[in-house]
Write a protein that binds this ligand. Sequence first.
Ligand code: ZN
Ligand code: ZN
Length: 374
Amino acid sequence: MSTDAADAFRARTERCRNRLREVGAEALVCFPGRNLQYLTGFAKDPGERHLFLFVPADGDPVLLVPALYEAQVRTETWVEDVRVWGDGDDPLAATRAAIEDLELSDGGRLLVDDRMWARFTQDLRAACPGAEFGLASEALGPLRRRKDARELDALRRAGAVADRALERVRERGAAVVGDTERDLARRIERLLTEAGGESLAFDVIVGSGPNGAMPHHAHGDREIGPGDPVVLDFGARVDGYPSDQTRTVVFEGDPPAAFERVHEAVREAQAAAVAAVEPGVTAAAVDRAAREVIEAAGYGDEFVHRTGHGVGLDVHEEPYIVADNDRTLEPGMVFSVEPGVYLPGEFGVRIEDLVAVTEDGAERLNHTDRGWHP
Ligand code: ZN
Ligand code: ZN
């Protein structure tokens, strides 16, 4: 790991320790997933072997890992205290030994990863019978909501990858007609890779005609016809961070009668919500700004979801841009602004960009044409 990266992860861990002291917790225990990645840089899917990161409120972090990951965590993380157990050893004994060393066994509060598998939480409970358990988000939530410079840089680059792929899809124009949604989704996956995406942020959404009226329809066998509005929603990860943007395009021919009006309302709603973003404003107010425009156009009941979601290592995370969220926006928060109108059996329209809250407004992370012509 580079010195720069190590410094950034060390600084996050230091902030995490401060938070642990603020909330009166002895330690944080992470399991493979986004929290572990956030603090150490080690990106690994959850697995059946005991792998924990212990971050004590006072003291250095400890990684307990199965032997087959030892070399990897020594090169891919900055954590120096790595303890190893081998297949054939008792992982519970290794866990207990680490906990005793850190003096966590006899009480106090322990914050465990919100997504830790129950069997591992049970093992921690057995090893710390006197401890009170809480969730890691109590300490990490406020940190992960505000992106640091390194995270913002990755999110910008991920946005640029999605933008480039989208431009190349639109360049195909009428040639898209006759493709199935799946054909187009496969093409988008290739374009994202060519543009520098490391992996898909989520299953590519190509919702053509009536399929576009189902907000989370992924893609199917339907053939894209002339005049079909097509909802294109996709993103790729760069340095672990995802992009997520949506355009609704008619590749050839005349769209359905109501389409232009709906598209214009959604586009105006999206612009109004982005314009509402600044520090101190509530998430609810941003949602309201989008909803007012769509209600005025007569489609309030067809805007069936929240206006947006936070984006970081997780594609969906805090802050949620939704009517009942009174959380105020702070510089460094990154979220989607994605109003949509869905007319069942006919078509859907959604326009989405990611925005970062700046000191005095918002920075868009997506910059391509928001219109419906290819
Ligand atoms: Zn999306
Ligand atoms: Zn989204």
